[in-house]
Every structure is written in structure tokens, then in C-alpha cells.
Design a protein around this ligand. Structure first.
Ligand SMILES: Cc1cc2nc3c(=O)[nH]c(=O)nc-3n(C[C@H](O)[C@H](O)[C@H](O)COP(=O)(O)OP(=O)(O)OC[C@H]3O[C@@H](n4cnc5c(N)ncnc54)[C@H](O)[C@@H]3O)c2cc1C
Length: 426
């Protein structure tokens, strides 16, 4: 048996978000050696202004104010997500040769998934439901990735499932986690991926370039970072097919005497029309001030207890591109704009029905995830392997275009699916 050097592994996983964490955990469970390289740090997040400032990264998607947020830290974007569950459309995956049924069953059994009971909802969430129902909308509860036993009397950040817990499991089982390690490129030899080159931050100003080698390389750097990294490493045809970003608005008003308390964003909502969704956007108190300061909503800043919020999310078309310089450019056509206007009007009507005044929004943001830059069948095959042997991609960037819902359950299922294939080969 060949003795491995200390920079040689069965698998190198790039990024410790939902997919990266799942794969590292599954492979180490079967005694495989795994290196996890994570661009962000390892501090456990406190849901506070300073806590968020250290991990949140705003990425602009166009020439205007359109932007999205991701988290650069152990566990990736689940560190700041809401925990809303949408399930994978199994038929959509089957069409590209992937059967997720076995994995989805396992995920449903393992993750804490439940709707939030009324007893844990704030008065603003209840008010929003009453107003939406009064206007004829079926304002229904979503399943949430929340462990209700950790909720106490209401909202709890710690009750939300996070990919960090899977990273912890992987490390406990022997995985090597290196934080502040940004992968710069994949090392390809004779069309086979053999390793990665990465930069590790050593101090405020100092860093070191290193190499590590693996029998399998999994790119799980997230929907925005993975396409760039693959293109920089020579994978062909990335960046031209356009992308979607599920744009929308967060809209807030003030209802005197509401007596609001911290809420689970997204715990309820409705499909307003095909392609337009409305949802509860009542944020926890710890995020209220940073958000209102950031948006210069001074009247709302001190008014948490009167504040009520609703989110709009629209299904946009594939358009725009990943530019040569690595920046994104997105544009919307008339149909996308019409949906956004329609969704916004509907949201404002619900807030007015709730008796809200001083209604404000934060401009157009990417309300959901960005996707569509990579496609199964074009950039990766059904084993999520690229044109380079042993180089796989598993994260939001390869979710099929039709699947626009919240992705976490899908991503954990995909991580398990890829692990099953990798374990056959390792
Ligand atoms: C505000 C917000 C709310 C959300 N709400 C929900 C929700 O309610 N439900 C839901 O299901 N989803 C939600 N999401 C989306 C969900 O959190 C993400 O889509 C999901 O976590 C993406 O997982 P991922 O593995 O693709 O990537 P990520 O979680 O983004 O992980 C990628 C990791 O790779 C690291 N990385 C990036 N580049 C490199 C590199 N070059 N080298 C090494 N490491 C790198 C990053 O630091 C990051 O840790 C939300 C997201 C946000 C931002």
C-alpha cells in the first residue's frame, strides 16, 4: 500500500457549506481521508450586527443596486439563512439522470423539519396571515429546518439547523479543516484533476500558497464562487448561458401597538401567482437595527415593536452573464419587471390591510439564490463530474433551472448522492 504524504487525501472538498459539509461527513464516516478548505473563518456566529459583519459578503449582480448575500465561514450560507424548506422536484432531477429518492428519504429522517407552531410566532406574523387571508390569499405555513425543542418561548437562532454541525461531525471523524484557505485553481494533469492550489491567510497581511492532492476533488464553493473557480481552472463553456437570481423586495410598514417579537422569516407565505411568491419577512430583533440602519430607514429603526414585513420573490428568466473579469451582469426583461411590480403591489396591499403606515422597501435585491450558471448535461454529467476526470461540482450552482425553491434539503440530498458515487470509486 502506498503511504500517503501529509498533503495527500482521498478527497479534497472546496467549501464547507451545505454540500461540502455533507460530503465531508459522509466520506469520513466510511474512513476516507478528507481535506476541507474553507475560505472563511471558524468563529461561531452570534446573530448580531458585528457577528454578521464578519461573515456576510455582499455580491453585486449588475450595474445597479441588485445584489445578493452569502456567508464566508464554516457552514457557509446556512450561518445566516432562514431555514425555509422546499423539497427537491424529484422528476426534474430524474430528467437529468439523477435519482435522489433514497437520499431524500434519509434527509427527511435525519434533519429537524417542522412548521413553526402559532405559539412560537410573533404578533406581526399572525397579523400578516390575517391580512393576507382577508384579501383571499392562502397564507400557509412552510416546513422549516428548526429544532422546536430548542426554541423556548419563541425565535431562536440556535434552533435552526446549520451545515456547521456536519462539519463538526466530519472533523470529529478525522477530516482536516483548514480555514481562511481560498482555493485559487484546480491542478489538472492529462485531463485529470489531481489536486488544488490554495492561499492560506496567516495574519492580517501575510499569506502562503500551498498545494494539496486528492484522488477526488469536489468543488462546493457555492453558486457564485464555483463557476468562477471552474472557469479559471479551464472548464469550458461557463458564463454564457445566463443565470437567474429570484429577485424581489423586502417591504416594511409600521402598525402602532403591534407588540412585535422576534420571528422566523419565511415561516409562512403564499404563491401569489405563477412565478410570484410572497412571504413573511418579520426579522429577529437582533437583525432589525442593522437592517434599518443599512437601509437608512430611520423611522423604522426605533420601531421594532410596531414593525411588520413582507417579502416578494419572483421567478426571473435566465439572462445576463458571468463576465471575463469575474463580475456578474444581470438584466431583466419586461415580463420580469411586470412580475416584480405586481408582487410589490400585492405585498403593499397586504400591509395596508394590516393597518400599516410608513411603508418602505429596500430596493431590488436577489431575494433567493443565484443559479443556472452551470448545467447538468452541459458542464457536469449525472455523477456531477466535469470534463476533467475526478473533478466534481456539488452545490447550488448545479441545481437544475426549473428548481427555484429554497435549496438546503436539495443540497444535503445532492451531497449524499455524490458521496454514494464517490465511495464506490474510492
Ligand atoms: C439571507 C439568506 C437566507 C436564506 N434562506 C434560506 C432558506 O430559508 N432556506 C434555504 O434552504 N436556503 C436559504 N438560503 C440559501 C442557502 O443558505 C444557500 O443556498 C446554501 O447554503 C448554499 O449552499 P452551498 O453549499 O451551495 O454554498 P454555501 O453555503 O455558500 O457554501 C460555500 C462555502 O464555500 C466557501 N468558499 C467560497 N469560495 C471558496 C474558495 N475559492 N475556496 C475555499 N472555500 C470557498 C464559502 O466561504 C462558503 O463557506 C438563504 C441564503 C441567504 C444568504
Amino acid at each position: 500500500m502506498k503511504i500517503k504524504k501529509d498533503n495527500e487525501f482521498d478527497a479534497i472538498v472546496i467549501g464547507s457549506g451545505t454540500c461540502g459539509a455533507t460530503i465531508a461527513r459522509e466520506l469520513t464516516r466510511q474512513n476516507k481521508t478528507v481535506l476541507i478548505l474553507e475560505r472563511g473563518g471558524n468563529t461561531v456566529l452570534k446573530e448580531s450586527f458585528m457577528g454578521l459583519a464578519t461573515i456576510a459578503d455582499q455580491v453585486f449582480l449588475g450595474d445597479d443596486k441588485l445584489s445578493t448575500v452569502r456567508a464566508l465561514t464554516t457552514g457557509g450560507s446556512t450561518s445566516l439563512y432562514f431555514g425555509v424548506v422546499n423539497y427537491p422536484q424529484e422528476e426534474t432531477f430524474r430528467k437529468v439522470g439523477i435519482d435522489l429518492s433514497q437520499e431524500l428519504d434519509a434527509v427527511r429522517k435525519e434533519l429537524p423539519i417542522a412548521p413553526v407552531p402559532d405559539s412560537l410566532l410573533g404578533s406581526q406574523a399572525i397579523k400578516l396571515r390575517e391580512s393576507a387571508n382577508a384579501l383571499g390569499h392562502a397564507w400557509l405555513k412552510n416546513d422549516m429546518l428548526v429544532d422546536l425543542s430548542k426554541c423556548g418561548a419563541g425565535y431562536s437562532y440556535d434552533a435552526k439547523w446549520k451545515a456547521r454541525s456536519y462539519v463538526d461531525d466530519a472533523v470529529a471523524q478525522g477530516a482536516t479543516l483548514v480555514n481562511r484557505a481560498t482555493v485559487l485553481s484546480i491542478i489538472i494533469e492529462d485531463k485529470v484533476a489531481v489536486g488544488v492550489e490554495y492561499r492560506v491567510k496567516k495574519s492580517m497581511f501575510g499569506s502562503e500558497i500551498k498545494r494539496a492532492y486528492g484522488a477526488r476533488i469536489v468543488v462546493a464553493a457555492g453558486e457564485l464562487a464555483s463557476p468562477k473557480l471552474l472557469r479559471d481552472s479551464g472548464v469550458q463553456g461557463i458564463g454564457q448561458r445566463g443565470f437567474y437570481c429570484n429577485p424581489g423586495y423586502a417591504i416594511y410598514g409600521l402598525v402602532p401597538g403591534l407588540n412585535a417579537s422576534s420571528g422566523f422569516v419565511g415561516s409562512m407565505g403564499c404563491v401569489y401567482e405563477d412565478g410570484i411568491e410572497l412571504g413573511d419577512a418579520n426579522i429577529p430583533q437582533s437583525l432589525h437595527r442593522p437592517m434599518m440602519i443599512g437601509g437608512m430607514k430611520l423611522r423604522h429603526l426605533m420601531g421594532f415593536s410596531d414593525c411588520i414585513g413582507i417579502g416578494v420573490k419572483v421567478k426571473d428568466k435566465l439572462s445576463g452573464r458571468l463576465k471575463e473579469d469575474g463580475r456578474f451582469f444581470k438584466d431583466f426583461d419586461k415580463e420580469d419587471i411586470a412580475k416584480l411590480d405586481k408582487g410589490k403591489d400585492a405585498a403593499i396591499r397586504i400591509l395596508k390591510q394590516a393597518g400599516a403606515g410608513h411603508i418602505v422597501d429596500f430596493g431590488l435585491t436577489a431575494a433567493g439564490r443565484v443559479g443556472g450558471l452551470l448545467s447538468i448535461g452541459e458542464h457536469v454529467d449525472h455523477k456531477l463530474e466535469t470534463q476533467f476526470r475526478n473533478l466534481h461540482v456539488c452545490d447550488g450552482s448545479v441545481i437544475p433551472d426549473d428548481m427555484r425553491g429554497t435549496p438546503t434539503v436539495t443540497l444535503v440530498s445532492m451531497g449524499r448522492y455524490l458521496s454514494r458515487h464517490l465511495l464506490k470509486a474510492l
